[in-house]
Each structure stands twice: as structure tokens, then as C-alpha cells.
Design a protein around this ligand. Structure first.
Ligand code: SAM
Length: 290
């Protein structure tokens, strides 16, 4: 039992990441846990069985998917309360990342039970790590709405986002989605398609969004399997330049209205510009006037 506030008599819920293609990506710790926990909650029990070594006492399997999560979560919580450790896995990658498990994990916390992650593969993070797009700030946007109107609306709301955006896209939809992205964000906005990661035909392609749409459309094989699409953040004005522009507009507006020291104080308060710089802007404006 790991250190936690949960009572010693209760079990731990292990949220276990599993491979997104290459079975060699199952971590030794994940394999060890799947080889010993008495209960495994899986999105598709048949899919996950191949990850579990043969055991003298097989695990008790609980199917937990989008259509039964509330009921299945209650069964898992009963096992945890009774002292059984439980592994939660999804078909591929990290559970809860565009996959079931949220209600269960939330419910376990609400019940004061221990929840621990067993980190590993996640398509979004794998794609980001190979994309070369800015990774200091990024947002995971998951799947876009399937309907064209709703999708365009969502993209319009994201067009000015300054950070890298990550989308999950079934490869059969890539051409349409990349076309919509090029329209919403601009044909030249840098992007990346990461397809079939860790699998036999994996590809990572960096280009402008319109060029990526053309590249994908040029070969039907590029429209097969699973893909992550990443888009560079909006090319923003850098913060220092923006505040100077605003400060100089304020100086223009205030110079004739307020005494210089007061105008400089207002500019400083609104833009964060150092006092001396704000004062210099006001003085420059007054000199131009005189
Ligand atoms: N929980 C998973 C994870 O941690 O990445 C994601 C599950 S979500 C239902 C499936 C989506 O993830 C796919 O449609 C695709 O966008 C992305 N994906 C999963 N495996 C992938 C792979 N090997 N290569 C590229 N994208 C993948």
C-alpha cells in the first residue's frame, strides 16, 4: 500500500498507461501490476487481455466504457473499499485522455480512496515531443466536433490562441480537418501530422497547414489509421512591443489632458512600462506639440 491518506484496509486504484502501438512500450512497472492486481477495469477486456501475462489466478475483469461508466465505476469502488487493488486501463495510451475513467477516478477521490498513476504512452505527448513545435505551453483539444458547422465554430474560437494546439483526428478525416484548420488559422500556419505513431507505417510530417492537407490528400495510405494534428500558436505581437504601442497611444491621448507626471503615472499603471519610459513618452509627445 503506497503512502496516502486512504485507510490501510482499502485498495489502490492504479491508472495505467498502455502502448499506443508498439507493445514494447508497456513499462515494466505496468506489466508487474497487471500481473498481480486482483481486478482490472478495462475499456475493452478482450483488447487488454494481450497485455496481461498468464497468471495462476486470473484477474477479475470489469468492462468500463463510455456506455456503462457510472455503473461499472460503482463496482470498482466496491472492490477498492473491500481492499482489492484495481488497475484501470483503456484500449491504448493513457486512460482518461479522450478515454473513459474520469467518473471512476473522480468517484475514488470523493470516497477517500488512493489513486496513483502509472505513466506511459500518450499519443498527444508523443506527437508533441516529435513535432518540434513550441512545447513550453500547449493545449490538448482532443477530438473536434464531427459536424462541419460546430467544428468551424470551435476552430474560430481557437484561431488566436498563442500556444501549440493538439487535436486527435481519425486519419480518414485528416484531409477535411486540415482544410478547416488552414481556413481558420491561415494556410501558412505551421502544423504537424503524426500518424500511426510507434506502428509499422508511422509518419511525422511538419509543414504549413495547407501543404499538410495537400500532402495527405496525395496518398490514400496517409488517410489510414490514427493521427494527431498539432498547430503552432498564433503569431502574436511580442509583449514588450505591444505595451510600447499602447503606451505611446496613451501618451498621445493624455499629454494634452494631464500634467506630465500624472500622465506618466496613468500610463505606467495601465501598461506596466517603467516610470522613466512613460515620462519620456509624454515629454516626447509634448515636444512634438509645442
Ligand atoms: N488515451 C489515448 C492516449 O493516451 O493517447 C487516446 C485515445 S483516443 C480514443 C484515440 C485517438 O488517439 C486516435 O483517434 C488518435 O487521434 C490518437 N492516437 C492513438 N494512438 C495513436 C497513434 N499510434 N498514432 C497517432 N495517433 C494516435
Amino acid at each position: 500500500m503506497p503512502a496516502s491518506d486512504a485507510p490501510d484496509s482499502t485498495g489502490t486504484l492504479y491508472v495505467i498507461a498502455t502502448p499506443i502501438g508498439h507493445l514494447g512500450d508497456l513499462s515494466p512497472r505496468a506489466a508487474e501490476l497487471l500481473g498481480r492486481v486482483p481486478v482490472i477495469a478495462a475499456e475493452d477486456t478482450r483488447t487488454s487481455q494481450k497485455l496481461v501475462p498468464s497468471r495462476a489466478i486470473p484477474p477479475h475483469w470489469i468492462a468500463l466504457h463510455d456506455h456503462n461508466e457510472a455503473r461499472a465505476a460503482e463496482r470498482v469502488l466496491d472492490h477498492l473499499r473491500a481492499g482489492d487493488d484495481v488497475a484501470l486501463v483503456s484500449d491504448a495510451g493513457t486512460p482518461l485522455v479522450s478515454d473513459p475513467g474520469y467518473r471512476l477516478v473522480d468517484g475514488a477521490h470523493a470516497a477517500g480512496l488512493a489513486v496513483l498513476p502509472v505513466p506511459g504512452p500518450c499519443a498527444a505527448i508523443a506527437a508533441l515531443s516529435a513535432s518540434g513545435l513550441a512545447s513550453d505551453r500547449f493545449a490538448f483539444e482532443g477530438f473536434l466536433p464531427a459536424k462541419a458547422g460546430a467544428r468551424r465554430k470551435r476552430l474560430a474560437a481557437l484561431a488566436e490562441a498563442p500556444h501549440t494546439l493538439i487535436f486527435y483526428v481519425p486519419a480518414r478525416d485528416l484531409v477535411g480537418v486540415l482544410g478547416d484548420l488552414a481556413e481558420a488559422f491561415g494556410a501558412e500556419r505551421p502544423g504537424c501530422v503524426a500518424r500511426e505513431l510507434t506502428k509499422r507505417f508511422e509518419q511525422v510530417r511538419r509543414d504549413g497547414l495547407a501543404a499538410l492537407a495537400e500532402w495527405t490528400a496525395a496518398d490514400p495510405d496517409r488517410q489510414r489509421g490514427e493521427a494527431v494534428v498539432l498547430v503552432a500558436g498564433a503569431p502574436g505581437t511580442d509583449g514588450a512591443t505591444a505595451s510600447k504601442v499602447t503606451a505611446s497611444a496613451l501618451a498621445d491621448a493624455l499629454a494634452g489632458e494631464l500634467p506630465p507626471a500624472r500622465a506618466a503615472r496613468v500610463i505606467r499603471a495601465l501598461t506596466g512600462l517603467p516610470r522613466a519610459d512613460a515620462f519620456a513618452l509624454v515629454e516626447a509627445r509634448r515636444e512634438r506639440e509645442s
